[in-house]
Design a protein around this ligand. Structure first.
Ligand SMILES: NC(=O)c1ccc[n+]([C@@H]2O[C@H](COP(=O)([O-])OP(=O)(O)OC[C@H]3O[C@@H](n4cnc5c(N)ncnc54)[C@H](OP(=O)(O)O)[C@@H]3O)[C@@H](O)[C@H]2O)c1
Length: 438
């Protein structure tokens, strides 16, 4: 072995919260095994975070504390920087740019930064000829980045989709189990540490959209386009929707889905959507419960791949970060998005109205005659036909509830239907639309 391969890989770890502390704990616990797998020892040289005095439940006295992380990019005694701060911009991005431009390999778990700046960072990494690794940024401990970059690299991927936010999945599965309302389950999730104090990024679908835009780029060889993801979160899902979905043979899940529409082998439109969907009970995603994540990728030779595991938490996320570090130690890395950044294609956003699918519609309506007839007349006029319908007697909090599953049709017809019903004084509140995963 050459000297470069046997001398330790020397790390700086910036950010010592859930993931950073987990990375240190993992490197300490599995030190010898990791050294054998990596072909050389991996040593933490320097650490940095905001508050040096914070008790992190770890003895950090063996590591050099660095106040000014900007110095790390310049240091010859540090081979690789591991960023575990978070945030699309700010110190994480500054550090990434400094390290990559100085030729320092960079490992991160930061999906927000990769979704917004991954393309620029990939260009910078290639100019310097160093690794940019981000396995932990999507689906935590599940090796889906590696799966797509390497395992499925020979395939044209037609579709990639999954459950990418454990907080939403925990909330939806708990609502399903107990019939409890969203707000109550969110409060409980926050008390148990499954949801952040500010849960907006999770429950409004932004976190899942960050991850989806990264997966789409890898799967289709397209430039990351976070801005074109259509995003709807789970705030407006009622316990009644989950109950009616079950009666119709579905579970409700926040599904992130991307497809690259192709014509004659060329990609002609990128479809990316994060939306609560109805998942048929016989689909593997309907069995993904609690805080788990899962990703399905459909390749033209491999068929359907299904990845599942813990999408967050100290251990699983640290596992993914250290897997990236091991790749750097082995000198095994390629372009960040599986091909040189300049070969990634820029895509237009696909016209979603032309897509064909089934939909679930829920209306809360006045308890008086003629209301169902008004809805069905609007459906007829919009060209939307009904596959099944449930009407529930009025309750104090829900009014009369009408839940409809449509036959497959152009999604633009559903939009037309909702426009026609907009402003109807028979409706109590906005209708709920969820597409069906077929
Ligand atoms: N938690 C998960 O399960 C999970 C899963 C997948 C990916 N990720 C990603 O991993 C990254 C870290 O997440 P986390 O959950 O570990 O976050 P966290 O617990 O909030 O920890 C963040 C760390 O960054 C440090 N930090 C914040 N601002 C800083 C600044 N301006 N300068 C220096 N240090 C700063 C904090 O320092 P102090 O401790 O001194 O305050 C803290 O140690 C994020 O990108 C996140 O999206 C997390």
């Amino acid at each position: 072995m050459t000297d470069a391969a046997t001398r330790p890989l020397r790390l700086a770890i910036v950010g010592l919260g859930t993931v950073g502390a987990g990375v240190i704990r993992l490197l300490e616990t599995n030190r010898d095994l990791i050294a054998r797998r990596a072909g050389r020892p991996i040593e933490v040289i320097a650490i940095s975070a905001r508050d040096r005095s914070k008790d992190r439940g770890l003895d950090l006295s063996a590591y050099e504390w660095v106040d000014d992380m900007a110095t790390l990019a310049q240091r010859d005694d540090i081979d690789t920087v591991v960023e575990l701060i978070g945030g699309a911009d700010g110190p994480a991005l500054t550090l990434a740019r400094q390290c990559l431009s100085q030729g320092k390999p960079f490992v991160t778990a930061n999906k927000a930064m990769i979704a917004h700046h991954g393309l620029d960072l990939a260009h910078e990494a290639e100019r310097s000829g160093v690794a940019l690794k981000y396995e932990a940024a999507v689906a935590g401990g599940v090796p889906v980045i590696k799966g797509l970059r390497e395992g499925a690299a020979a395939n044209r991927i037609m579709r990639v989709y999954g459950i990418l936010n454990g907080t939403c999945n925990y909330i939806l599965s708990t609502m399903e189990q107990h019939g409890s309302p969203f707000d109550q389950v969110l409060d409980e999730a926050q008390a148990k540490g499954y949801a952040e104090a500010d849960p907006t990024f999770d429950i409004d679908g932004i976190d899942a959209a960050h991850k989806l835009s990264i997966l789409a780029s890898l799967a289709f060889g397209t430039e990351i386009d976070f801005g074109s993801v259509d995003i709807t979160g789970i705030r407006h899902v009622l316990a009644a929707d989950i109950r009616e979905a079950a009666a119709l043979g579905f579970k409700v899940r926040l599904v992130a889905m991307a497809e690259c529409e192709a014509e004659g082998g060329d990609n002609v439109g990128l479809f990316q959507r994060v939306h609560p969907m109805l998942v048929p009970l016989d689909h593997p995603l309907s069995h993904v419960d609690g805080a788990l994540n899962a990703v399905v990728a459909e390749g033209n030779f491999v068929g359907r791949l299904f990845f599942q595991g813990a999408g967050a938490g100290e251990g699983p996320t640290a596992s993914a970060v250290v897997a990236d570090v091991i790749d750097v130690a082995r000198d095994e890395y390629g372009p960040a998005f599986a091909m040189p950044a300049e070969w990634l294609q820029r895509q237009v956003k696909a016209d979603t109205g032309q897509r064909i699918g089934r939909a679930y519609l829920r209306f809360q309506v006045e308890d008086r005659p003629g209301v169902l007839a008004e809805i069905t007349a609007a459906m007829r006029d919009a060209g939307v036909s009904i596959e099944s319908v449930i009407q529930r007697a009025a309750t104090a909090d829900e009014g009369v509830l009408v839940a409809i599953v449509t036959h497959p049709g152009a999604l633009s017809a559903i939009d037309d239907l909702l426009r026609r019903l907009g402003g109807s004084d028979s409706l109590l509140g906005d209708p709920m639309l969820m597409h069906i995963l077929d």
